[in-house]
Design a protein around this ligand. Structure first.
Ligand code: SF4
Length: 241
């Protein structure tokens, strides 16, 4: 299938991100539906959320590439070989991959460091959790946007995966960055494969007419696209402002 997508990295603009409060509070140890923060925690969260919204600058770069070769544990695309255990079973037949690098920038983490230095520890920790929740929400937002791009070409887009998780070796960050360099959004990779700014997420999704989707959770349940004809599950929450 001819690639219907631009072959070069593309920066997503106009990201109207909403931070999922459940995602941010999860980093404080609160589990949705089980733990309810008290009034003091809620007030601290609201303060950190307002601060975080002012400090974060969400941006993302993505790149689609046709799959040249795929088997049970490997996908070759865009001149790189991605070694991902059992990816052939997880995603089924995919004709394209799309890599992305998302970040909220470094202003929030710099403010967290200042708060630590000033011994304002509760706010420092809560702001750090807000930043972690924000970048997770951003990655979900990008996954949704890629799903819409795939649907426009009759392709089903899988849930995202990232190096360092679910058996995918973290050193594969280098291959992912070769496929989709993060410099367009100011994200760099160090020798240990950690990204800077810290509140960044790299991701990979697959796309194909027969791709397996929703095999570990339903992306649709938190997708912001209200009138999607392909919705597979009711929307439970949104990451779109
Ligand atoms: S509702 Fe589901 S199928 Fe539609 S764009 Fe969102 S994630 Fe994709």
């Amino acid at each position: 299938m001819t690639a219907p997508f631009p072959a070069t990295p593309r920066v997503l603009t106009d990201i109207a991100l909403e931070i999922d409060p459940d995602e941010a509070l999860r980093f404080q140890g609160y589990q949705k539906g089980r733990d309810v923060p008290d009034a003091a925690v809620r007030a601290l969260f609201d303060e950190a959320l307002a601060l975080g919204r002012r400090l974060m600058a969400p941006r993302a770069v993505v790149r689609w590439a046709p799959v040249a070769r795929g088997d049970r544990d490997t996908l070759a695309a865009g001149g790189v070989a991605l070694a991902i255990p059992t990816i052939g079973e997880s995603w089924g037949a995919v004709e394209h991959v799309v890599a992305g690098v998302c970040t909220i920038g470094d202003a929030l983490e710099r403010r967290v460091a200042e708060l630590w230095a000033a011994r304002e520890l509760p706010l420092a920790m809560m702001l750090d959790s807000v930043g972690s929740g924000a970048v997770e929400s951003l990655a979900e937002y990008v996954n949704d946007a890629l799903c819409q791009e795939g649907l426009a070409h009759g392709l089903r887009v899988t849930n995202r995966i990232s190096p360092g998780y679910a058996g995918w070796d973290v050193t594969q960050q280098r291959e992912l960055f070769r496929l989709c360099p993060g410099d367009a959004v100011g994200v760099t990779l160090n020798a240990a494969c950690f990204m800077a700014p810290v509140k960044s997420i790299s991701l990979l999704a697959g796309a194909g007419r027969e791709a397996r989707v929703d095999n570990y959770f339903s992306q649709c349940a938190r997708c912001w696209m209200p009138a999607c004809a392909y919705r597979r599950a009711p929307a439970a929450r949104t990451v779109h402002r």
